[in-house]
Design a protein around this ligand. Structure first.
Ligand code: ADE
Length: 221
C-alpha cells in the first residue's frame, strides 16, 4: 500500500512512521509512505498557506491553491489514490472503516491546520472527510497517524500472527471487546492469573474468554 500524507509538518510525522507498526511495514516493503508539504507548492515569496476567513471569525484557514497543487502532484504520480480529508465533521473512523481502507492500493491523507481548510478543497478535490472522534484537534496530523496505524497493521504480512488481528477487540464482527490477557508470572504482587487460563482445557478457556468479553462490552456500553 502507498500512503501519501499532505502536511505542513512532515518532520513531525516522520519519526512515528519510522518506528512501530508503520516502520515495520515499510521495512518489509508492504507500505510506502510519501510526505508532501503543501508549502512547497506556494508561489509567493512568503510561502503563505493560510488567510483570514470570509465573513469574519477567529483564526486562519488554509487556502485552496497550495493544497490543490500538492494533491494534483500526488495524483499525477498515483492517479487512483483515494483522497481523505481529516476533519472533525467527517464520518467516524471505525475498525470497519480501517478494514475497508486497508483493502485499497493507495490513500492520500490531507491534514488540515489552523482553524480549518477552505471548503473548496474538500468539494473541488473530491475528498472523503473522516473524523477520528468527537473532539477538535489543533491539526489533522495526529488524526492521520491514527488512521495510518490502524490501517497499516491490517495489511497482510505486517503482523507476525494474523490471528492476533482476528481475535482482538472490534474485529471479529461480533462487536465485542477483547477479554483480559495475562502473561508470566502466575502471581504478581499477590494478584493471580485466573486458574482456568493456567490449565490446558481449551474449551473452558474459550468459554471464559467469551464471558469476559461480554462482561467488558456490557460494562463499557
Ligand atoms: N482535525 C481536527 N480534529 C479532528 C478530528 N477529531 N478528527 C479528524 N481530523 C481532525
Amino acid at each position: 500500500m502507498r500512503i501519501h500524507l499532505l502536511t505542513l509538518f512532515p518532520e513531525a510525522l516522520a519519526p512515528f512512521l519510522e518506528h512501530s507498526i508503520p516502520g515495520r511495514a515499510r521495512a518489509k516493503g508492504l507500505l510506502e509512505v510519501d510526505l508532501v508539504n503543501p508549502r512547497d507548492f506556494t508561489k509567493d515569496p512568503h510561502r503563505k498557506v493560510d488567510d483570514r476567513p470570509y465573513g469574519g471569525g477567529a483564526g486562519m484557514l488554509m487556502t485552496p491553491e497550495p493544497l490543490f497543487l500538492a494533491m494534483e502532484a500526488v495524483r499525477a504520480r498515483d492517479p487512483n489514490t483515494h483522497g481523505i480529508l481529516l476533519d472533525p465533521r467527517g464520518e467516524r473512523f471505525t475498525q470497519a472503516k480501517a478494514a475497508r481502507l486497508a483493502a485499497l492500493p493507495s490513500l492520500t491523507l490531507l491534514c488540515g491546520h489552523y482553524e480549518g481548510v477552505d471548503e473548496r478543497v474538500r468539494t473541488g478535490l473530491g475528498l472523503e472527510p473522516l473524523s477520528i472522534g468527537d473532539y477538535v484537534l489543533s491539526g489533522g496530523e495526529a488524526a492521520a497517524l491514527v488512521v495510518v496505524d490502524a490501517v497499516t497493521r491490517l495489511l497482510p504480512g505486517v503482523l507476525g500472527d494474523p490471528t492476533s488481528v482476528e481475535d482482538e477487540s472490534f474485529s471479529a464482527g461480533d462487536g465485542l471487546l477483547e477479554y483480559p490477557q495475562f502473561t508470566r508470572p502466575p502471581v504478581f504482587r499477590g494478584m493471580e492469573v485466573p486458574e482456568v487460563l493456567r490449565g490446558g482445557d481449551h474449551g473452558a478457556i474459550a468459554a471464559w474468554r467469551r464471558a469476559q468479553s461480554e462482561k467488558q462490552t456490557r460494562n463499557r456500553g
